[in-house]
Design a protein around this ligand. Structure first.
Ligand code: HEM
Length: 213
């Protein structure tokens, strides 16, 4: 699928969802219907322009919604489909160094590739980037799950989805049936957008380095 087609068919609806339902059910998608009827069209055009300017903006926008909802996403949404967001975007060496050098559940050739771009001793190369989906880093598809089956997940938390546990069967299902992943992901994003964000003292944070997403 060409990049332009990808932006037009797959991402724009997601962005409209993210921008119009930002994590709070009491906000309304029709709020600007009277005062600014072209609001969604303007947002659509702006998002398309931003992604054309820099493909990584797609990943950053999806991640933005997740940041607003993090704790409750992990509680309320089955996480496999939302992890599929890692079909886009990149991670820094500081986030995948441990896996590149010490993991046993990693494809050796993949580990060698990662090590070439991520020196073993920090802080050398801490900010060096690798795609979360090494096959098609700028396309929203199910190759992220194919990577996991081949032990080529970039992050420890990615590979944990396919490592002999209960989520293996879901990963396999998404590999074999991309349509199932698409519909599960869309449903999960809608559900995530309806979660009320925690604020102030209610807010919680995850502890490990890798979880500092
Ligand atoms: C326990 C759950 C998750 C963990 C531990 C996690 C961890 C990470 C880490 C470590 C990175 C790389 C950050 C960096 O190196 O700067 C990343 C990137 C990213 N994450 Fe997650 N993530 C999780 C769930 C999610 C979810 C639910 C979404 C979206 C719905 C998401 C979307 C993204 C995207 C799009 C990127 C790429 C951002 C970029 O290119 O800058 N992640 N994640």
């Amino acid at each position: 699928m060409g990049y332009q087609k990808f932006v037009g068919t797959a991402l724009v609806p997601i962005f409209l969802l993210l921008l119009s339902l930002p994590c709070k059910a009491q906000l309304s998608t029709t709020f600007y219907d009277t005062t600014c009827p072209t609001a969604l069209a303007i947002i659509n055009a702006s998002v398309v322009a931003a992604v054309q300017n820099n493909g990584r903006n797609a990943a950053l926008l999806i991640r933005l919604l997740f940041h607003d909802c993090f704790v409750q996403v992990m509680i309320f949404i089955p996480p496999c489909s939302v992890f599929g967001s890692h079909t886009l975007g990149q991670a820094q060496c500081v986030r995948f160094r441990e896996r590149a050098y010490n993991a046993t559940n990693i494809d050796p050739a993949f580990a060698t590739t990662l090590r070439a771009n991520c020196p073993q001793t920090p802080p050398n190369g801490d900010g060096n980037l690798e795609p979360l989906d090494l096959q098609t880093p700028n396309i929203f598809d199910n190759n992220y799950f194919e990577n996991l089956v081949a032990s080529r997940g970039l992050l420890i938390s990615d590979q944990a989805l396919f490592d002999g546990g209960s989520s293996d069967s879901i990963v396999t299902e998404y590999v074999n049936n991309p349509g199932t992943f698409d519909s599960d992901f869309a449903a999960a994003m809608v559900k995530m957008s309806e979660i009320t964000p925690l604020t102030g003292k209610e807010e919680q944070f995850m502890g490990t380095d890798e979880n500092k997403d």
